[in-house]
Design a protein. Structure first.
Ligand code: APR
Length: 230
């Protein structure tokens, strides 16, 4: 059985990483246009670099929760027949042990050089303009995908989505494309579709199994069901 799991900010909420779409429409007190677009970066690079430096530091002090760990357990049982596609820029899936993983919106712990396009691992602040380890220029930005930019791994993701038997969406509001379109694509190719989210989202197609609740409870329970059925 081939499974694709799509995760969003909701899977990391119980680890203490805030979700994006708070009731005030702001992300950590900032307008999304200011901190998550190329235009916002051009307008005020210092503010944007400082914003992601703060996010990187905050995530470093969090830990994977039972939902991340359950997905790693599932990969331990079925190997690369599970692909986890995450919209999250934190590293909680990999710290839980997931290896077959696509970070479609990039990673906080990676930088990208605007001079030579290197994408080095990065754990330090970027706001003091460190040099690129490859070309030496001081043009590193966070390797996160902003609105208007191309997500990573789309070919690999689409191949897995059309070939999967089960597609599971966890902790995502389903408002941002292309990720939000994968559940309909999976359904069109015959997959069973499952949603595990705090509140039901508003998907483009009716899903086969919608469960409302906290990821830390729903995901381990769902993984146990899958493992028991094998
Ligand atoms: N368990 C399960 N689901 C939860 C939990 C929880 N403990 N807490 C919140 N949620 C759900 C919310 O109900 C919401 O539907 O997680 C979802 C989070 O939605 P968003 O904040 O919109 O995050 P996400 O879907 O990941 O956003 C997608 O948008 O801002 C961009 O690039 C950014 O990757 C991000 C993308």
């Amino acid at each position: 059985m081939r499974i694709v799991v799509l995760t969003g900010a909701g899977i990391s909420a119980e680890s203490g990483v805030p979700t994006f779409r708070g009731s005030d429409g702001l992300w950590e007190g900032h307008r999304v246009e200011d901190v998550a677009t190329p235009e916002g970066y051009e307008r005020d690079p210092d503010a944007v670099l400082a914003f992601y430096d703060a996010r990187r530091r905050a995530v470093a002090s969090t830990h994977p929760n039972p939902a991340h760990r359950a997905l790693a357990r599932l990969e331990g049982a079925i190997g690369d027949r599970l692909l986890v596609v995450t919209q999250n820029v934190d590293d909680l899936h990999e710290r839980a042990g997931t290896r077959n993983l696509v970070h479609m919106h990039g990673e906080l712990r990676r930088a990208r050089c605007l001079a030579c396009d290197a994408r080095p691992d990065w754990d330090d602040d970027l706001r003091d303009r460190p040099r690129c380890p490859r070309c030496g220029e001081r043009m590193l930005r966070p390797d996160v995908v902003w609105f208007g930019e191309m997500p990573y791994g789309l070919d690999r993701i689409e191949q897995a989505v059309v070939a999967c038997d089960v597609f599971v969406s966890i902790g995502t509001s389903g408002e941002v494309y292309p990720a939000a379109g994968y559940v309909a694509l999976a359904a069109a190719f015959g997959a069973r579709t499952v949603e595990l989210n705090l509140e039901p989202s508003d998907p483009a197609v009716p899903l086969d199994d919608v469960r409302a609740g906290r990821a830390g409870e729903l995901v381990p329970a769902w993984v146990e069901e899958v493992l028991a059925r094998r």
